[in-house]
Write a protein that binds this ligand. Structure first.
Ligand code: C2E
Ligand code: CA
Ligand code: CA
Length: 537
C-alpha cells in the first residue's frame, strides 16, 4: 500500500521550477478516499484528491502546493487535469462492468471565475463518455464569499448539466448560513476537525444544529475527517450517516479503490465498553465524551429530545440504535429524527406526554408514561405502537428543556390484555390467588380474590416489600422471595415453592412464570398461589 507520507517538502521556487515538467510527465496522481454509510457499512461514494509524486522530493501533499497554484492561476489547469484523470478512471471502471459509485472532485473558487472552465470540463467528460451521475462537484464555502449571486449562477449551470453539487468544509467560514439561504447545494460536507480541541463541548451543539438544519432542508450531510467509531456513532445518532475519514479508509490509489468497489467491505471495528458516572447536558452533546459513548451503546432504546415550552414543541435530537430496534420497524436513525418531529402522538397522547415532561421538569426525577404513537417507516408502512417512556431532564435554558428518554415498546403486552381480562375472570372462579408483576415498574396487580379476601389494594407498588412488611408474607421466606423478583428482572423464566401464607400461615403452592417481549426481555410475571392439597407436601 502506498502511504501518504511525503519525503521532503518542496519550497516555493522548487515547485515553480518543476511544475511544467510535472504536468508534462504526469507526476500528479489521483487518490480516492471512499465514503461509507455508517448504518450499513456500504460504500456510497468517494472523493478524488490530488498528490504530486515528485521524482526527487517524493509525495507532496496538496495542502502545500494547492495554495501556490491558487495564487498563480495554475490551479485551474490542475483541476482540469484531475478531472480528466477522474473521467478516464471512471470510464475504465464502467468498461470493466464495475459497480462504480459517484466520485466528487474539488473545484477551486478560482475555477468558477474562469469563463471556459465548465465548457472544458464538459468537453473532457464527453471525450470519455462518462455519465454525469458518476461525478460530483465539490465547491468550498469560501468560493461564495466573493458573491453569492455569481456562485448561484454557476451552480445553476452545473445543475442544468445534471451535476450534484456539494458544499465543502461547511461551517468553517463565517457565511455558512447565508450561503445555504441563497445557494441550492445538494449535499453538505462537514469536517470533524471543527469539533476538536477547545470547542469540544459546544462543538457538539454546533454540529448537531447544522445536521438538524440540513435535515430540515432535506440536504444530506457527509462528515469528513472521522477517525474513531465514537465520532461515527455520534454523527449517526444525530441523523448523519455518511462518513469519510481514516476510520474507514485513507485516500488510496486507483487500484486499491477498485478493490474496495469490488468487495464493498469495510474494516471499521467496535470499541470495548466503558463506564459512565453522571449526566451533564454539555458532555452529552460532545462526540468524544463517555456520556455520548454510553448513550450510543446503551442497552435500552434511548433518545435525547428538547421541549420548547413557549412554542409547546417537542423535537427528537438523537436516538441510539436500540431505539430503532425497540420500534421494530426497520427504520433508520435519520428517518426517526426526520419523521418523529411530533413523536407520532395524537392530541390525547401528546397531552399525556407533555404532562410527563412537566412532572420531569418539576421533580428532576425520572417520570414515566405510556402513549400510543403512529410510526411510519419506508419499509413497513404505518403502524401504531404503545410506548412506555422514562423521561429525565438533563438541561435547560430559557424555556428550552433537554431530556434523556428511554423507551420500551409495550404494544404486544397491551394487545393481549383483553384476553387477560377473560382469564382473570376464569381464575376468579377457581380456588386460586393470582397476580401480575410488572418488571419495569415493580407494580403488582392482585386478582379480585386477593383484594376481597386479603384486603389488598388494586396496585401494590414496590412489590414485594409491602406484603413482606404487612406480615402477609412470612419473614423467613422473605429473602428468597425478594431474590425471585431480582431474578425475574434479570430474565429468569419461572419459580415455584411451597410457602405458608396468610395470617394463618397455610401452605400454598406459589408459582411464577415470566412473559418476554419480542426482544427477549421480561416485562411481566404471572404469580399464582393455590392451596396445597393433601399429599402434595
Ligand atoms: P478537502 O477537500 O477538505 O479534503 C479532505 C482532506 O482531509 C484531505 O486532505 C484528506 O486526506 C483529509 N482527510 C480525510 N480523512 C481524514 C481523517 O480522518 N483525518 C484527517 N486528519 N484528515 C483526513 P488532502 O488530500 O491533503 O487535501 C487537502 C486539501 O487540498 C483538500 O481538502 C482540498 O481543499 C485540496 N485539494 C486536494 N485535491 C484537490 C484538487 O484536485 N483540486 C483542488 N482545487 N483542491 C484539492
Ligand atoms: Ca474536498
Ligand atoms: Ca473538506
Amino acid at each position: 500500500m502506498q502511504n501518504e507520507s511525503r519525503f521532503h517538502p518542496m519550497g516555493r521556487s522548487e515547485m515553480l521550477d518543476s511544475v511544467e515538467r510535472a504536468f508534462e510527465e504526469r507526476q500528479f496522481k489521483i487518490y480516492y478516499q471512499p465514503q461509507y454509510n455508517h448504518s450499513n457499512k456500504r460504500l456510497v461514494g468517494a472523493e478524488a484528491l490530488v498528490r504530486w509524486i515528485h521524482p526527487e522530493y517524493g509525495i507532496q501533499s496538496p495542502g502545500d502546493f494547492i495554495p501556490l497554484f491558487e495564487s498563480n492561476g495554475l490551479i485551474t489547469r490542475l483541476d482540469l487535469y484531475v478531472f480528466e484523470e477522474l473521467c478516464s478512471f471512471v470510464a475504465s471502471c464502467l468498461e470493466k462492468g464495475l459497480n462504480v459509485v459517484p466520485i466528487s472532485f474539488n473545484v477551486s473558487r478560482h475555477d468558477v471565475f474562469c469563463p471556459d472552465f465548465i465548457d472544458n470540463m464538459e468537453g473532457i467528460r464527453k471525450k470519455y463518455n462518462v455519465p454525469v451521475k458518476y461525478l460530483r462537484v465539490e465547491i468550498t464555502e469560501s468560493a461564495a464569499v466573493e458573491g453569492n449571486d455569481y456562485l448561484a449562477r454557476i451552480l445553476d449551470i452545473f445543475h442544468s448539466l445534471g451535476y450534484i453539487v456539494e458544499m465543502d468544509d461547511f461551517g468553517s467560514g463565517y457565511s455558512s448560513l447565508n450561503v445555504l439561504k441563497d445557494i441550492k447545494v445538494d449535499i453538505i460536507k462537514l469536517d470533524m476537525i471543527f469539533l476538536k480541541g477547545e470547542i469540544s463541548g459546544r462543538g457538539g451543539i454546533i454540529i448537531s444544529s447544522i445536521v438538524r438544519m440540513a435535515n430540515w432542508l432535506e440536504t444530506p450531510v457527509i462528515v469528513e475527517g472521522v477517525e474513531t467509531v465514537e465520532q461515527a456513532d455520534y454523527m449517526k445518532s444525530i441523523g448523519c450517516e455518511y462518513i469519510q475519514g481514516y476510520l474507514y479508509s485513507k485516500p488510496v490509489v486507483a487500484d486499491e479503490f477498485v478493490k474496495l468497489i469490488e468487495t464493498g467491505k469495510s474494516t471499521a471495528t467496535k470499541p470495548a465498553m466503558k463506564i459512565m458516572d453522571g449526566i451533564d447536558a454539555e458532555r452529552f452533546w460532545s462526540p468524544d465524551t463517555v456520556e455520548t459513548f454510553v448513550f450510543n451503546n446503551f442497552m435500552s432504546g434511548a433518545a435525547i429530545f428538547s421541549y420548547d415550552k413557549t412554542h409547546d414543541s417537542i423535537e427528537i435530537l438523537r436516538v441510539n440504535e436500540k431505539y430503532i430496534k425497540e420500534l421494530g420497524m426497520n427504520t433508520t436513525q435519520r428517518e426517526v429524527i426526520l419523521s418523529l418531529k411530533s413523536l407520532g402522538l395524537d392530541e390525547e397522547n401528546r397531552r399525556i406526554y407533555v404532562d410527563t415532561i412537566m412532572r420531569a421538569i418539576e421533580s428532576g426525577e425520572e417520570e414515566t408514561c405510556e402513549t400510543w404513537r403512529k410510526i411510519h417507516s419506508d419499509c413497513c408502512g404505518d403502524d401504531e405502537l404503545c410506548i412506555r417512556t422514562f423521561i429525565r431532564i438533563i438541561g435547560k435554558s430559557k424555556g428550552l428543556y433537554l431530556f434523556h428518554a428511554t423507551i420500551r415498546n409495550i404494544t404486544k403486552e397491551k394487545n393481549i390484555s383483553d384476553n387477560e381480562k377473560k382469564l382473570r375472570q376464569a381464575v376468579d372462579h377457581a380456588n386460586i390467588f393470582c397476580w401480575e408483576y410488572d418488571v419495569d415498574t415493580k407494580n403488582m396487580y392482585p386478582c379480585s380474590r386477593c383484594r376481597r379476601e386479603l384486603g389488598m389494594p388494586a396496585v401494590v407498588k414496590n412489590y414485594p416489600e409491602p406484603v413482606i412488611e404487612s406480615g402477609l408474607f412470612p419473614a423467613d421466606f422473605a429473602d428468597m422471595y425478594r431474590d425471585w423478583h431480582k431474578q425475574l428482572d434479570n430474565g429468569a423464566k419461572s419459580f415455584e415453592a411451597i410457602i405458608p401464607l396468610t395470617a394463618d400461615r397455610i401452605p400454598f403452592h406459589v408459582r411464577y412464570t415470566a412473559e418476554f417481549d419480542e426482544n427477549g426481555r421480561p416485562y411481566k410475571a404471572y404469580g399464582s398461589a393455590t392451596l396445597v392439597v393433601d399429599g402434595e407436601n
